[in-house]
Design a protein around this ligand. Sequence first.
Ligand SMILES: Cc1cc2nc3c(=O)[nH]c(=O)nc-3n(C[C@H](O)[C@H](O)[C@H](O)COP(=O)(O)O)c2cc1C
Length: 203
Amino acid sequence: MKLLRIDASAKKQSVSRKLTARFAETWKRQNPAGTVIERDLTTTAIPALTDEWVQAVYTDPTKLTEEQRKILSVSDELIAELKDADIIVIGAPMYNFGIPATLKSWIDQVVRNGVTWLYTPNGPKGLLEGKKVFVLTSRGGAYQPGTPTEKFDFQAPYLKHIFGFIGITDVTFIHAENQSKETASAAFAHATQQIQQVAVAAH
Ligand SMILES: Cc1cc2nc3c(=O)[nH]c(=O)nc-3n(C[C@H](O)[C@H](O)[C@H](O)COP(=O)(O)O)c2cc1C
């Protein structure tokens, strides 16, 4: 069993990093034979998509040049890591009502036509099945369903959709909200409690 832990916060002392750490520690205690792979997106050099990258993705894999293979190598590595994992836990701070650019760059590399999804006569089909994703968000404000600010949450709906697009439909969100407010530590404790429960049960 493999757990892939992905962190994206620009901050070293960060709320979402504490949440993913708690998840990984709890999961490892429950699964001593399991492996935890850590992927810190702030220390991973992920190139922006280029014309050459897109051309390489749409080239017959058996006809790729050496240069094109090199261009796809980061994507290959990140996809291999993702495919290899049974459970993926993502620390997602809310930045500007969405996800950090580092996490978007990772998504751009792993959502790849012909590798993680395919066009079919019935529409697009995700190729990564049987995986579980846990998204642990940290947010300065609150965006709960049914509240006036729900519509400003461009983080959770996007992540749910993009993982579904590549075949991962089992996505659980735990939010540490109000991290810029006085109630921050109570909200953090509540999120931690939920994380503890899902990490023990995750397999
Ligand atoms: C660049 C930046 C943008 C932010 N944008 C938002 C935002 O749009 N909405 C919000 O509720 N909080 C926002 N925040 C607050 C963070 O979501 C909050 O501090 C969260 O705990 C950050 O997670 P981290 O500690 O893991 O980095 C922002 C913080 C930063 C640094």
